[in-house]
Design a protein around this ligand. Structure first.
Ligand SMILES: NC(=O)c1ccc[n+]([C@@H]2O[C@H](COP(=O)([O-])OP(=O)(O)OC[C@H]3O[C@@H](n4cnc5c(N)ncnc54)[C@H](O)[C@@H]3O)[C@@H](O)[C@H]2O)c1
Length: 256
């Protein structure tokens, strides 16, 4: 990916950070963007300390004008964007009748509308370039609904629809759009929500990860590196005949 320009949203933590590290390691100029600017800066510093190329930018994916501004900044400084990865997201496990409108709006705005807004800026530049590749983070919860997870599941099902619709429209222009549906990947997101999951299943928070492992055919959780390797493949020219797909990455937990 030498010389390629790659933008990652939510790059300050977890899966997004892992993707930034991997893409930089194989030569991309990575723009680490996150609403948490300090976290993005830490990731960019780590990449640069390893001798690779990264720049941190604060970005809220719900803010259309900021996304446009970031796109213009990148084009001016580095050139047209080659790859865009939408990893920014939030997740709340909470019973349906405790889902407030605010939680619904926040979740749909960040997880789904944010990807829609970012794809606009990315695709505009990719059309100018005549090619490009986008990855949208969906989830296993974008394929199967589970209890106490209505806002999150709705947003992640939506990501799959957005991905397919964009792939259909822009395939003829050389732009590929794919999605990844990870199962359980242990990141700071799970530090936050382990106790809520425990409540839902009547478990002790310390039992949650073992509970998952026991039901996954490969008997282990996924890692950030597992996701980053798949993103690397899907973005690359090794995957030029793959578009509009949502790839499961879940140790066999679901198989459709
Ligand atoms: N961890 C898992 O098990 C898992 C499974 C399936 C899908 N996913 C998806 O993968 C993506 C990354 O998850 P993660 O586990 O790395 O979570 P994480 O909480 O570690 O990281 C999410 C990042 O998104 C950023 N973010 C939140 N709101 C934002 C906004 N408005 N604008 C820009 N950035 C914002 C946060 O600051 C954070 O750095 C999410 O879309 C998540 O839904 C995660």
């Amino acid at each position: 990916m030498n010389g390629k320009i790659a933008v990652v949203t939510g790059g300050g933590s977890g899966i997004g950070a892992g993707i930034c590290l991997e893409l930089a390691r194989i030569g991309a100029q990575v723009i680490v963007s996150d609403i948490n600017g300090e976290a993005a800066l830490e990731v960019a510093k780590e990449i640069e300390n390893n001798g690779f190329k990264a720049e941190a930018r604060t970005l809220d994916v719900t803010n259309a004008s900021d996304i446009k501004e970031l796109g213009d900044y990148i084009k001016e400084k580095y050139g047209l964007i080659d790859y865009w990865v939408n990893s920014a997201g939030i997740s709340k496990i909470i019973p349906f009748f405790e889902h407030t409108e605010e939680l619904w709006d926040n979740t749909l705005n960040i997880n789904l509308k944010g990807q829609f807004l970012c794809c606009k800026v990315a695709i505009e530049q990719m059309l100018e370039k005549g090619k490009g590749s986008i990855i949208n983070l969906s989830s296993q919860s974008g394929k199967v609904g589970t209890s106490s997870y209505q806002a999150y599941c709705s947003s992640k099902f939506g990501v799959i629809g957005l991905t397919q619709s964009l792939a259909a429209e822009f395939g003829p222009k050389g732009i590929r759009v794919n999605s990844i549906a990870p199962g359980v990947i242990y990141t700071p997101m799970w530090d936050e929500q382990k106790k809520d999951y425990a409540k839902k299943r009547n478990l002790n928070p310390d039992e949650v990860m073992d509970y998952f492992k026991a039901k996954i055919p490969l008997r282990k959780l996924g890692t950030v590196e597992d996701v980053a390797k798949l993103v690397k493949f899907l973005l690359s020219d090794d995957a030029t005949y793959i578009t509009g797909q949502t790839i499961n990455l879940n140790g066999g937990d679901i198989m459709f």
